[in-house]
Design a protein around this ligand. Structure first.
Ligand SMILES: Nc1nc2c(ncn2[C@@H]2O[C@H](COP(=O)(O)OP(=O)(O)OP(=O)(O)O)[C@@H](O)[C@H]2O)c(=O)[nH]1
Ligand SMILES: [Mg+2]
Length: 241
């Protein structure tokens, strides 16, 4: 039985979808892939369906009716994975910012090492970000400093979206409570893992800006993160997290 599923949320990733799927499924370590597509107008999902005959039993697709944000896409994927027997559940973007060759490093940190959550981290060894404008690097870096300050979590890359969870970490989180959409979702998942006293390990990776397709970053995602972190901390303080 394969123990690992890589969840990839997609919205208009037609330029990346085939190559990202092929790249993950040709890794030395055997992975399954679950695409969560929000009815992308560019027909990303149709491409996935085409590839499913080639990768029968390894490539799965969940379609949602409309764009509903990355956070709820992952929650949908986590539930799907927990209904099956996967032991390791990965999050990864479709845009090659996360290098599929690094998946195995995350897997090893959990499977051979003692990590319950392995984070592909940009900021353990300096700043490992390629081709982002300085403003974006600074925002992302200081977002992590801000999260550390407010929550007390000793994590260098709190907004990272390239991670591997052990099954029991996800089982212990009440997924019904997860409501954030963007970066705040990534922070919330890490904070809940941390509050549940699981072991979090950061694995250094190099993050590269997307070269194909459009970013879905928006100001509302930033605002959600800024206030979201404070609300998480307050909820923890009054025991309602
Ligand atoms: N299903 C689903 N996927 C989404 C949604 N928003 C973003 N994604 C996917 O989530 C991943 C990350 O989104 P990106 O647009 O790359 O966001 P980002 O990485 O924060 O920003 P950039 O790197 O600047 O593009 C990609 O695979 C997107 O296609 C959404 O609302 N629904
Ligand atoms: Mg991206």
């Amino acid at each position: 039985m394969n123990d690992s599923i890589v969840i990839i949320p997609t919205y208009n990733e037609i330029e990346n979808i085939e190559s990202i799927i092929r790249s993950v499924l040709s890794q030395h370590k055997f992975f399954h892939v679950l695409i969560i597509d929000d009815n992308s107008p560019d027909h990303t999902a149709d491409k996935v369906v085409q590839l499913q005959s080639e990768y029968a039993g390894r490539l799965f697709l969940e379609k949602r009716a409309k764009k509903s944000g990355l956070g709820t896409a992952y929650v949908h994927g986590f539930r799907w994975a927990l209904e099956r027997k996967y032991e390791y559940v990965f999050e990864m973007d479709a845009d090659f910012s996360h290098n599929p060759n690094d998946l195995e490093k995350l897997y090893k940190a959990c499977h051979l090492g003692d990590a319950d959550l392995a984070i592909g981290s940009r900021y353990v060894t300096g700043v490992n970000v390629v081709n982002w404008p300085l403003s974006r690097v600074l925002m992302s870096y200081f977002a992590s400093v801000y999260v550390k300050l407010i929550t007390g979590m000793k994590i260098h890359d709190a907004t990272a979206g390239f991670v591997c969870y052990k099954r029991n970490v996800l089982e212990q989180i009440n997924l019904d409570k997860i409501k954030f959409v963007g970066y705040a979702f990534q922070i919330e998942m890490k904070y809940r893992t941390y509050c549940n006293k699981f072991r979090i390990v950061e694995v250094p990776i190099i993050f590269t800006d997307r070269t194909k397709g459009q970013s879905k970053m928006s100001n509302s995602i930033i605002v959600e993160a800024v206030f979201g972190v404070i609300s998480l901390r307050l909820k923890k303080l009054i025991n309602t997290l």
